[in-house]
Design a protein around this ligand. Sequence first.
Ligand code: BES
Ligand code: ZN
Length: 885
Amino acid sequence: MKDASPQTIFLKDYTPSDYLISKIHLTFDLDDTNTQVISKMNVSANYDFKSLKRDLVLNGEELTLNKIFVDGAELGADQYELIEDGLVIKEVKEEFILEIHNTINPLANKALDGLYKSGSIFCTQNEPEGFRRITYFIDRPDIMAVYTTKVIADKAKYPVLLSNGNPIDSGDLEGGKHFVEWLDPFVKPSYLYALVAGDLGLVQDEFTTMSGRKIDLRIYVDKGNESKCDHAMESLKNSMRWDEEVYGREYDLDIYMIVAVDAFNMGAMENKGLNIFNSAYVLADPKTATDSNFFGVEGVIGHEYFHNWTGNRITCRDWFQLTLKEGLTVFRDQEFSSDMNSRVVNRIANIKTLKSRQFVEDAGPTAHPIKPSSYIEINNFYTMTIYEKGSEVIRMIHTLLGADGFRKGTDKYFELFDGQAVTTEDFIHAMSVANDNYDFTQFKNWYHQAGTPMLDIKTSYNEAAKEYSITVTQSCKPTPGQDEKKPYHMPFGLGLVSKDGADFPLKLKEVFTAQPQIEENILHLTQESETFTFTGIDHEPVPSFNRGFSAPVNLKSDRPLSDFVFLMANDNDEYNRYESAQALAIELMSCLVKDAANGVPLKLDAPFIKAYGELIKDESLDNSFKALILDIPSEGILHQAQDVVDFENTFKVRKFVKETLAKTYEQELSAIYDSLNVDKEYSLSPEAMGERELKNLVLGLLLSTGNSKYEDLAYEQFVKATNMTDEFAALTMIIHSDSKYADEVIEKFFIKWKHETLVMQKWLTAQASARGEKTLGRVKELLSNEVYDKSVPNLVRSLIGTFTANYTEFHKASGVGYEFITNQIIDIDKLNPQMASRLAGSFKDYKRLPSDLKALVKTSLERILAEKDISRNVYEIVSKTHADS
Ligand code: BES
Ligand code: ZN
């Protein structure tokens, strides 16, 4: 460990800062290894200074201190003290100007936190605690200041010099240098500060706001990539319009800039007026980007834009409040994407992510509430839980209050808290007062309890009384540090479907509480166990539970499997048609995994085969929806239903089910492929994307029949493809089916695309996710390929991250997969602790592994913990995993 014993930070220990900083002027003289930083700050005491007189403690990491001045007078060595990760100023006044001169080494910064170089571009990443790696500062989000920046750099190498806000001055300097000065008039926390310098290409456009102001829109990219910015620019304009229409929020500065860089830890960052993006979420053209890449660009552009109001204008008081901005902003970007594309398809995609990733996190060693009460390393808390579950919690508030009530709530939120750093309680307060003091007391349990609730539902029908009852019992398993859970208040979408397919009107027999128990077919669940009885139900209905996935929970019920078959075809809630197909497949496949383990020959349930065939033949279904509903549950989803995870048999069963279905419906599938595989002008319309999606899903099924003519078909698609969606789908399927064409397409694709790093990332992904003994050897070989670079997170994620999700190879009984990843974690941690700690998360299944694998993982975890200099990031994840046995 770097620190002898890493400190745990607690929410309960929050206190306001002793000092505030209202203004800061920064000067940068940029140099690869020796950048000079001068920071001039207006500091004032925020406590009873006269009687208490406390030192000023500033954060600072990886900095070289040169000089300090207080009100213009240089401090002597006895007037300050350098401490571990900080600086203490003893010469303080109630109000003073503090000037600090320090130097930093951007080129050596491979953690990609603070000021660093991505290729030839200088850029910054300051959320959550990167600013302290630029200069000494009170680096916490409740210190809100007005920032001015003067950037100085070599004019030939760095013609473009950017920072937040508006440019106010510029000019040439001696020695071939020049400068630009920027002023951001809005107060902001240090994590939203940004600086960029480079020789960048520019794409420009304009947006006129609802009040008629013209905004200058600029996307800066590496020269040569300008033609790949159309979709990002269109998405930005759509985002700006959407936030005006749906939330009444207008953009506030005169200029909005986005810069794309290749070396970036995350997807993108919402710095005020100067977003910095991972190039994967800006650059997209049909030749090099897949449909899902296009979709990703739109969503991330929207997300960062929406932060301007939910995150920047109103920010977080401290990092325990992270879901205040992230959960809310994910909810906003999901709704934006639903409005721009097919709503149900987008909702299904979002729920798939939640279930396959957040539910796993919530059941594992790092489970935490959306508002955690402690952390060791805050970077480890940018999680699926804070983001995706956080968004579902906001969505429940939206469901409880209705769209109008929710909008009244956000209006109130902006009215009360604009320009402030606030808490999740403040958000709930605004929602409540704008809605007749709506009572969120019980609802707040969602903020403080971890774990995915389970609803156990029993049904009964009383034919004589024509009454139908459901009894819902909620429970939530213990999570680290939390054994007892209180019941949640949740909205529960319900439909009772009659035999002709129509919904019965829902009329509750008795109403017990002051708050309404049902509104627009949404029940309010509040008790550990409660029974709802509906009247006027003249025959036994098929119930459709949790429609629209109104609450983020797991379900079990006493309903027969035939109900799922009925709902797959008849549910009036489209989401639940999909969900019923999944639930049925999960149930059947879970039994098959047990059969496989016991050596029982595999046989697929006939009614399921039939129902699946009905879906294949249903021409009324939208193609994207059809592709989703025909996609059988993933291995990860099946693992969740297992007490002890069985990687080999899960893979085997999935393969068997695909093969069985494909062989049964080979004719129909082949006809679908042919009908969709026609020359057409490329379009990004939802219809066109749906056609490609279904076509490629069907090709995958056909390949699983083992008939070699489909290998030829896939090869033909690969060779003839004119867009990356079809080309990459064919490449992946050829590699994954271990076809005779595999080596050839790997080589061809490489030669064609080796100069496009985003495409090479796909190439690495396709190979690292292939099954079979060869894969690990191939992955190791690729580490020294010319396109791979371990200091670029996208490449690490594509090669190493993908391998950790290759269940059968990563969890090999011999332990070779674990050994490889353990070495990678230790190696990458020396460069980039955030990246290493994400990889360390791949041991999350530790507790549920079979005993031989568990012993191997234990050795790996202990090997990591025994390393001398592991980061706090990796320490927190690995020690929590190790403790969870
Ligand atoms: N504020 C984050 C970026 C960030 C994440 C900074 C972690 C520091 C640490 C940004 O708004 C964000 O959430 N980006 C997401 C993409 C988004 C669409 C969910 C990301 O980077 O993954
Ligand atoms: Zn965000």
